[in-house]
Ligand binder design. Structure first.
Ligand code: GLN
Length: 241
């Protein structure tokens, strides 16, 4: 059987902070290395998105201005995106892309309605939260590492992507980083995140394949992650003392 995954990269021209586009490269390469064909569809603000034709959706991070353009645009397709998330569609959203999925976020002193698709809100503070982050997720044993740079603090009722072992995460107070709801992940972690964390990449790919092919989904063959593991372990060793 030939397997195929279609990845929707939303607004790469607006949301691409700190190499977030590298997440797409990681997803693509880890499918190709397993002989699973992959198509990347890039969407710009004038495009209408057919979420039913996508197996994995990625939203990167962006500055306040770009974030607002994207939020306005996606609010026109809120129902379709909600249907995608609720039907176990696989979605990863980073920082600015993450914040817009919640009830509201703040730009300076102005409160902006989010898409209201997930149960969290985001408030702005003048001091930015920046630096390396190490978290422990419930999804697998390996630590997840990344880089954060955000002025806002997110407070959620969802399960976090992981618990903060180093850094700030959602708000620097409750030790939670990101959210996980069904097959949707929101996170503050840039880096880009996925090349450094192959287990997370494979989690997203596995969920996409299972949603699309059900019982017939292929098991992902193991890859040689020696270099990725060495890079991640170096950060873990240096920041978890
Ligand atoms: N404007 C948001 C913040 O600073 C998002 C920034 C980002 O995507 N890195 O909180």
């Amino acid at each position: 059987m030939n397997y195929h995954i279609t990845i929707g990269h939303l607004y790469p021209d607006l949301l691409n902070l700190y190499g977030d586009k590298g997440n797409i490269a990681a997803l693509q390469k880890r499918l190709e290395w397993r002989n699973i064909s992959v198509e990347i569809k890039e969407f710009c603000v004038n495009d209408t998105i057919d979420f039913s034709a996508l197996d994995l959706v990625f939203l990167g991070g962006g500055s306040d201005r770009e974030q607002q353009i994207v939020c306005n645009k996606l609010s026109e397709q809120k129902a379709e995106l909600k249907e995608y998330i609720e039907s176990d569609g696989v979605l990863m959203a980073v920082c600015g892309g993450y914040q817009i999925l919640g009830k509201y976020y703040q730009v300076q002193n102005e409160t902006v309605d989010g898409l209201g698709l997930l149960d969290f809100y985001t408030e702005n503070k003048s001091e930015r939260l920046m630096g390396k982050v190490v978290i422990q997720s419930g999804l697998f044993d390996d630590y997840i590492v990344g880089f954060e740079n955000h002025g806002s603090r997110t407070y959620t009722n969802h399960l976090p992507l992981g618990m903060v072992k180093h850094g700030n995460g959602n708000n620097g107070e409750d030790h939670m980083e990101g959210v996980i709801y069904k097959n949707t992940i929101g996170t503050y972690l840039h880096g880009p995140l996925l090349p450094a964390n192959p287990k997370l990449t494979d989690w997203l790919l596995t969920k996409s394949l299972e949603r699309k092919y059900g019982q017939d989904a292929p098991k992902l063959t193991p890859l040689d992650d020696t270099d990725e593991d060495a890079a991640r372990n170096y950060i873990v060793k240096n920041y978890l003392k």
